[in-house]
Structures are given as C-alpha cells and as structure tokens.
Design a protein around this ligand. Structure first.
Ligand code: SAH
Ligand code: SF4
Ligand code: F3S
Length: 450
C-alpha cells in the first residue's frame, strides 16, 4: 500500500498553496493523501511565524504528533515560515522532528521525508523556478490560488515575512496564464492571484496588465488578488476595478494604523492622507478590507484616538486586527523599549485598544450585512452537501444557503438572515452553470487552521 501523508497548514494563502504543491510533489513520489494524522506515515506541519501565537500553535501541534511518532513511528516534518526562521534550532527544541524545510525548497519534500535533514537555503532570484500546480489536485474545486510572486522587498518594522520568504521574485506571466488555463480545464472558475505584495509584480508586465491577461482566459468567471501594499497601488490597477468585468469588487488593502507617526515608525512609506486619497479613487461598490495593528511600540493615547477616528471615517467592509507581537530580526524589535517613542505597550492596554477597534468594526460589519437582508446576491458555489450550499458573494462575503446548484455554478441567492461572519439564504436561480457536472469530493490534501 502507498505510504500516506497528512499536511497541517497554518498561516496565509501562500502556505495553503505551498501545502498543495508539497502534496503534489509527494504524490509524484508515490505518496497518497490521508484524512487524519492518525492514519498517516508522514505528518507535515506547514507553519506561520507572523505572530508569536502562530508559532505557539506549531509547538502544541507537534506535541500531539509526537505521540503518534511514539505509538506508530509516524515521520514528522516542519515546513513554512517557522522552519525558515528557526532552521536547525527547531531540531534542538523538538528533537523528534525528522526534517525541516523552508519555503524555497518545496520540491525537496519527498527526499527529506525519506532521509531527514534540514533544507532552508534560499534559491537566487534569477534561478528560482516556481513550482507548477498540478491541475488534477484542484479537480472538483471551484476556486484556486495561483502564485504571482513570492517574497517581499519592503521593510515594515513589525514584520518577519521578508526574513522568512526572502526577496521578491515575480513569476513569468506566461507561466501564470498557462496554469490558470489548465485549472479552468479541470473546472476551476475563480482564481486568486497571490503574493505578499502582489501589486509590485514585475514578471514581464505590470500587475494591472497581468489582471487583463488573466481576464482573457476563456471560461474563467472570477478574478481576485491578495495582498497589496498601499504604496504600490497604481492608477492602472484602480482602472482595472472599473474596466475588468471579471475582477471581483473586493480589495484588501492593509493600512496597519490610522496615525502618521505610527506609520512612520512602522516604515509603511505612506501617510494616512495618501492612503485616503488612493481609496477615494476606487469605484463605488468595491468592498474594502484592511488589517490593523494595536499596541505597536510607543503607541500613545492620542495615536490610538487617531486610529479610531480614521476607522470611523473609513467604511471598511471588514477588518482583521491584531495585537503587536515582537518578531525576531525586525526593526521594531531592535528598538523596542528604547525611549518613550519605542516604549513597550502593556498587554492589557493593547488588548483594550484592540477591543475598541473590534467593537467599532463589528457594529459596522453587522450593519453592512444586515442591509443585504431581502436582497439577492451572486454567489459562486464552493461546497455542496445534501441541500446545503456554501460560497462567496462578489464582494467576498461568505454565504450559506439551501439549493440544488453544483459546485462551480454561479447562482442568485435571496438573503434571509445575516450575521457577523456570513449571510444565510435560499438559492433563487442559476446564473451560470459549471461547464461539467463531474464533482468529485474535495480531496483532503491539507487541513487548514487559522
Ligand atoms: N503583505 C501584507 C501583510 C502580510 S501579514 C501587507 O503588507 O499588507 C498579514 C497581517 O499580519 C499584516 O497586514 C499585519 O496587520 C499583521 N502582522 C504582521 N506582522 C505582525 C506583528 N509582528 N504583530 C502583529 N500583527 C502583525
Ligand atoms: Fe510584511 Fe510589510 Fe512585506 Fe507586508 S509589505 S509582507 S507587512 S514587510
Ligand atoms: Fe505566516 Fe509566512 Fe504567511 S509568516 S502569514 S505563513 S508568509
């Protein structure tokens, strides 16, 4: 019987996509996927280092998998951003781990699974070859992530990503288009172009041009992208939201803070006025979402008040907010505690500020969703179980509904109930049918936790 692998994925879309690529590399070497860690010969944890909590999750997961190793000899591998950050040190803290591999080394996973070891070298930008997706592993899915670029050349003072993902490398556009066409051929209807900073893309054309080229792929219904840095938001990209019909009206443009003085300490390279001027150019109806960090070193009551004031006048559709977490190698960690400007914010105060930010946004998101009650929204079906369907609206709001549509159909849903996280309703019509009805159950290549 084939050896079985199980991948536990933490972190962002980049990691989800890397997990899929690693699953494909293992499949080519004769491994098969399995649905539970308990039935696996290899457990691979794909990790995130963005905040300390993310790292803690790795060690608690490893604690569980270690027991499997003791009882049935399961091999354990650690991939992703913590692997890149800790390298050999990870083996000191968790000696039962068999191998460690960084994000540039995805293709090495079958070898390492056999031999063990640590592989966290960077591949030079000029030599880097993006792993090509095997479209078969997306068969039966309505949506897919497609890598547009990797790494990040910014130096935001709070962020570990430049140290775990290396320099920016853009993927040649012809490769991206070929991959999307192959995904559409197996039934994928929506692609999300991913990268830590996708709008600084330079793989032979600009990011705006890339979107227009993707828009020419026959059969594709929806285009999304994430994440963007406000500094690299070009007028051409804004124009895409007006002109490219299949580009969905949702834009995640993380601001991080509403006070210029904090943005300067964060090294974000824009002012709030510049940010506001840019978002003002977007067409009405584009859902805008963002990230906010509370309790950044030195954050004063006044800066926090500016943050709240900014959030009050900026109508985000939804918001992810976090308490600042000091990360290794970063500029803010080096300065943390040096003078009042970089004073550490006590946890209780940071938490209180976070709660204020979240309360403000919660009310707004609830209100936005409630306003949809009684209207009809357009949803791409991603999941179908019995009469229950799940999908997302054009604005990227989750929708649960009852209906008979297939995975991949675009349907109209009448909204009956709404909450903070999702809409609830009933299918009232099919707008666009998936080109074929073969729907295989979603293969469990990877389990994802937030
Ligand atoms: N490349 C994206 C962000 C990637 S990380 C961008 O530039 O917008 C996702 C989010 O995690 C960030 O937007 C930020 O809000 C948050 N984050 C990153 N580092 C953090 C840290 N050290 N502490 C708290 N939140 C952090
Ligand atoms: Fe991190 Fe800034 Fe790069 Fe985003 S742009 S990944 S926040 S360094
Ligand atoms: Fe986490 Fe690495 Fe993504 S730190 S957010 S998995 S790039």
């Amino acid at each position: 019987m084939a050896k079985r692998y199980f991948i536990h994925t933490f972190g962002c879309q980049m990691n989800e996509s890397d997990s899929q690529r690693m699953g494909e590399a293992l499949a080519r070497a004769g491994w098969g996927p399995t649905e539970t860690a308990e039935s696996a010969d290899l457990v691979l944890v794909n990790t995130c280092a963005i905040r300390e909590k993310a790292e803690d999750k790795l060690y608690s997961a490893l604690g569980r998998y270690r027991l499997l190793k003791a009882s049935r000899g399961t091999r354990i591998g650690v991939a992703g951003c913590v692997a890149q950050q800790e390298k050999e040190k990870l083996l000191q803290r968790a000696p039962y781990v068999d191998f460690v591999l960084g994000p540039d080394q995805l293709a090495r996973v079958p070898d390492l699974a056999e031999q063990g070891g640590v592989e966290t070298g960077w591949v030079d930008s000029e030599e880097y070859v993006f792993p090509q997706a095997d479209p078969q592993s997306s068969r039966g899915r309505a949506t897919a992530f497609v890598t547009a670029m990797k790494g990040c050349d910014n130096v935001c003072s709070f962020c570990v990503v430049p140290y775990t993902r290396g320099r920016e490398v853009s993927r040649p556009y012809a490769e991206i288009i070929r991959e999307i066409a192959a995904l559409v051929n197996v039934g994928v209807r929506e692609v999300t172009l991913i990268g830590q900073n996708v709008n600084s893309y330079s793989g032979g054309c600009s990011f705006a041009d890339l979107i227009r080229r993707v828009d020419e792929v026959p059969g594709l219904q929806r285009i999304r992208f994430t994440t963007s840095h406000p500094m690299d938001l070009s007028p051409e990209l804004v124009r895409c939201f007006f002109e490219v019909k299949r580009l969905m009206p949702h834009f995640h443009l993380p601001v991080q803070h509403g006070a210029d003085t904090v943005l300067t300490r964060m090294r974000r390279k824009y002012t709030i006025a510049q940010y506001e001027a840019r978002i003002a150019q977007l067409p009405p109806g584009v859902a805008l979402t963002s990230d906010i960090i509370c309790g950044f070193p030195g954050e004063t009551d006044d800066e926090h008040a500016q943050n709240l004031a900014f959030l009050r006048r900026t109508h985000y559709d939804s918001l992810f907010s976090f308490i600042y977490s000091p990360r290794p190698h970063t500029g803010a960690l080096l300065k943390l505690g040096s003078g009042t400007e970089w004073a550490e914010i006590p946890r209780e105060l940071a938490l209180q500020r976070l709660e204020e930010v979240q309360a403000l946004q919660r009310a707004r998101t609830l209100q936005r969703h409630a306003a949809l009650t009684g209207t009809e929204v357009e949803v791409l079906v991603e999941n179908a179980q019995g009469p229950k369907r799940f999908g997302r609206t054009r604005e990227n709001v989750a929708a649960h509904f009852e209906g008979d549509a297939q995975v991949g159909d675009v349907v109209r849903v009448s909204v009956e109930k709404t909450g903070l996280m999702a809409l609830d309703g009933t299918q009232t019509g099919i707008l666009n049918q998936a080109p074929f009805t073969e729907v295989r159950p979603r293969r469990h290549l990877a389990v994802v936790s937030a």
